[in-house]
Design a protein around this ligand. Structure first.
Ligand code: AMP
Ligand code: MG
Length: 338
């Protein structure tokens, strides 16, 4: 079964073609980072205009690379939530157009779940239930996933997402946007002293023991105070301590989510999972606690992409979920549709 995946929720225009939910035939991503860079954040109007310009050329490219015609597609999966409404509409309209001409079933989906389905393109078997850890520019959450098409929130962020915190802290340190890659690079050059104390406070230290939650806006403020109070600190030291504090909360939350749900299989995704320090830390944590932990090996699969949408579309279509023209887009995540 061959499916096209369309992703236009935010600042990547991406199309992917996938066979049987596990074999990639073609993937193209146009990243809009350079367009948003001058504003150090995503400008919705610029995003939707860029999607509109790029989406048809990318469609031609994935069809050419896979040697397929639109009439060969068994389904068209498209991100319907969450995201910028104007951007989501561009992808939705392409799916509707293909449906109008070829009658291809449309699988409108929540792309947060797609971050977990992409792992099946790297050989991970679809076994449920699983815990899904999502850390991206707009989301930080842990979900219990009984099957694709349903997610229950185990813990969510109270304010900023982790990727957003990376981007804002990079701004404080006059590092480029987006902040994840330069902060990771600076932090990795730092060698802490043998008994070096943490320079930033533990996050959410008063949270009830049985709760899972993220909060990163206080960390950003703490970094700005640290820089003001100790201007002699190197950028490398600040980046190292910022990552340490943030990742400690991620690990603590994962530990609690495992103990609350009893689920020992974890799938992780989202742009922040491109961070090697985080991946290594979580892999070691999983090994120590006899957990199964999977995150994308290819960094391109961490970011929003059409292949993950096509992959999740396959598992939803197999469960009988499909729509025709009558679906809407939404800025809010959709937890359940099957
Ligand atoms: P997404 O929202 O999934 O497209 O991911 C984008 C977010 O991931 C941005 O906030 C980036 O700063 C963040 N990000 C990208 N690479 C890294 C990295 N190596 N370490 C931490 N965060 C990253
Ligand atoms: Mg993005």
């Amino acid at each position: 079964m061959i499916g096209l995946g369309i992703e236009t929720s935010c600042d990547e225009t991406s199309l992917g073609i996938v066979k049987d939910g596990k074999e990639l035939l073609s993937l193209k991503i146009f990243s809009q980072i350079d367009l948003h860079k001058p504003f150090r954040g995503i400008v919705p109007e610029i995003a939707s205009r860029a999607h509109l310009e790029k989406i048809n050329p990318l469609l031609s490219e994935v069809l050419e690379e896979s040697g397929l015609k639109l009439s060969d597609l068994d389904y068209v999966a498209v991100t319907r939530s969450p995201g910028l409404t104007g951007s989501l509409m561009i992808g939705a309209q392409l799916a509707r157009s293909i449906h109008a001409v070829y009658g291809t079933p449309i699988i409108p989906l929540c792309h947060l779940q797609a971050h977990f389905a992409v792992l099946h393109l790297e050989g991970v078997e679809p076994v449920f239930p699983v815990l899904g850890l999502l850390l991206s520019g707009g989301n930080s959450a842990i979900y219990r996933i009984p099957h694709f098409g349903k997610m229950e929130v185990v813990g969510d962020t109270m304010d900023d997402a982790l990727g957003e915190a990376f981007d804002k802290v990079a701004g404080l340190l006059t590092l480029p946007y987006p902040g994840g890659p330069p902060i990771e690079k600076e932090a990795s050059k730092y060698v802490p002293g043998p008994k070096e104390k943490d320079l930033l406070p533990p996050l959410l230290r008063n949270l009830e023991q049985d709760r899972v939650a993220f909060s990163f806006s206080g960390l950003k403020t703490a970094v700005s105070h640290l820089i003001a109070k100790q201007p002699e600190l190197s950028t490398q030291a600040v980046c190292y301590h910022f990552q340490k504090s943030a990742f400690e909360l991620v690990e603590r939350n994962l530990k609690r989510a495992v103990s609350i749900t009893g689920i020992k299989r974890i799938l992780a995704g989202g742009g922040v999972l491109a961070n090697s320090t985080l991946r290594n830390r979580l892999s070691q944590f999983a090994e120590k606690n006899s957990l199964e932990f999977f995150s994308p090996q290819k960094k391109i699969y961490c970011t929003d992409n059409g292949a993950m949408v096509a992959a999740l579309g396959y598992y939803l279509f197999k469960q009988g979920y499909s729509k025709s023209l009558d679906f809407t887009v939404s800025p809010v995540r959709q937890e359940t549709y099957i």
